[in-house]
Design a binder for this molecule. Structure first.
Ligand SMILES: [Zn+2]
Length: 131
């Protein structure tokens, strides 16, 4: 017996956040997972915030319904996560935090924010509609 190695960080792991991996259910799904680098930034945000952040989507394989006909998206590359939010106050709080930790891609939706770190300048911002 010893400590088991768990993929993730203090507050974000496959055990507590199974949606960090693709869960599309396709036979050919490779269940790809968000990168550890991305999770470490997310953890940093979580530490500053001091409140839970719920991942609603992380890694996605090309067979995921939201990825049809798309290549090299943040989700496919494992550098993007969607975080649930309810209401303008929480959305604003998450957006401010994301900017504070140098987010490169920020998608603002009514029920989640999309965050990705692409190492690109100047970054992209969009307003999306949840399906
Ligand atoms: Zn999949």
């Amino acid at each position: 017996m010893g400590s088991q190695l768990v993929y993730g960080t203090k507050n974000f792991s496959l055990e507590t956040d199974p949606l960090l991996a693709c869960s599309c259910g396709h036979l050919k799904c490779d269940k790809r997972v968000v990168s550890l680098d991305t999770l470490e930034i997310l953890q940093y945000m979580r530490d500053i915030r001091g409140k839970p952040m719920r991942v609603t989507s992380g890694g996605r394989c090309p067979y995921h319904p939201a990825e049809q006909g798309r290549t090299d998206t943040d989700h496919q590359l494992g550098i993007g996560v969607d975080i649930a939010c309810t209401g303008d106050v929480e959305r604003m709080e998450l957006n401010k935090l994301a900017v504070a930790v140098d987010v490169d891609a920020l998608g603002v939706y009514d029920n989640h924010v999309h965050l990705a770190w692409r190492d690109e300048l100047p970054g992209v911002l969009w307003l999306g509609k949840s399906k």
